[in-house]
Design a binder for this molecule. Structure first.
Ligand SMILES: Nc1ncnc2c1ncn2[C@@H]1O[C@H](COP(=O)(O)OP(=O)(O)O)[C@@H](O)[C@H]1O
Ligand SMILES: Cc1ncc(COP(=O)(O)OP(=O)(O)O)c(N)n1
Length: 268
């Protein structure tokens, strides 16, 4: 059993953040562990409140895990503010790190700033160079690079520009493109395209969190990067296809669809 760690925010509605990550780790038959950076009050309609954890409890959570348990891969999600970013970087640097997937979460689909605008620089300078892979969506890529991205050619240029900021691999996610759901992976030399039909659904809450966690679980199992992304892309596509209409807004994806199907589990 491989052990995956998510360092992220709590989503009270269970589709994204820590909860979505742990479900994804479990769906990949890995053991999930968590460091909570912030607690959000959110549901399928929006984010209503955020309380950031103190840097000391963030450091203590990381140390409690690394001082006792082997971590095979790490995912970092919502990091909120400068102090949170600084303490994560400083504490992780004490250890020899496994593959690290950084999802540079900035704004929720409902439009809430999950990263304070003044913390963008710290995210890029302190965490990007530590990352094996970063997985920005299009609005995040535009915010980091300062130019608009409307097609796959510009996504490729963006991946190159992001690579110069320090991560080993870049995955620019195309979930916000109008005509296709194509993601572009760049390793500093070659581009790899992961294409799927765009599914007509409103239930896409937590897609980015689940994709990055699925990649993390696959890296923990020792998959090479291209295989880890390919398998994760297939996983998130199925999860989106079977998304749940819970709540009054954007519902979550189905983290366990394949497992339930194989086990013959019935649900209403
Ligand atoms: N409607 C959709 N149909 C198929 N795949 C989608 C759809 N929306 C998002 N995806 C895929 O889900 C993953 C998460 O992407 P995205 O939605 O861009 O991230 P985020 O949740 O961070 O905004 C990507 O692989 C993207 O291509
Ligand atoms: C606590 C928390 N972390 C991250 C997100 C963003 O999730 P993401 O998968 O990028 O997309 P949406 O949930 O915004 O659709 C979040 N909402 N909450």
């Amino acid at each position: 059993m491989k052990h995956c760690l998510t360092i992220a925010g709590s989503d009270s509605s269970g589709g994204a953040g820590i909860q979505g990550d742990l479900k994804t780790f479990s769906a990949h038959a890995t053991f999930g562990m968590s460091v909570i950076t912030a607690v959000t009050a959110q549901n399928t309609q929006g984010v209503f409140d955020v309380e950031d954890m103190n840097p000391s409890i963030i450091a203590n959570q990381i140390e409690a895990i690394f001082d006792d348990i082997v971590v095979h891969a790490i995912k970092i999600g919502m990091v909120s503010k400068i102090e949170t970013i600084e303490v994560i970087a400083k504490t992780l640097k004490k250890y020899s790190l496994p593959p690290l997937v950084l999802d540079p979460v900035m704004i929720s689909k409902s439009g809430y700033n999950l990263l304070k605008p003044e913390a963008k620089k710290a995210l890029i300078e302190k965490l990007f160079p530590m990352a094996t892979l970063i997985t920005p969506n299009l609005p995040e890529t535009e915010e980091i690079l300062g130019y608009k991205i409307k097609n796959l050619e510009v996504m490729k240029q963006a991946a190159k520009d992001l690579h110069s900021l320090g991560p080993d691999y870049i995955l620019v996610k195309g979930g916000h493109l109008a005509y296709t759901a194509t993601d572009i992976l760049y390793d500093g030399k070659n581009f790899y395209s992961f294409k799927q039909e765009r599914i007509k659904t409103t239930h896409t809450h937590g897609t980015g969190c689940s994709l990055s966690s699925a990649i993390t679980a696959n890296l923990a199992k020792g998959f090479p990067m291209t295989k880890a992304v390919k398998a994760a892309k297939e996983y998130i596509t199925t999860a989106i296809l079977h998304g749940f209409p819970i709540g009054k807004g954007v519902g979550p994806t189905h983290h366990f669809y394949e497992l339930y199907k194989k086990a013959g589990i019935q649900y209403e």
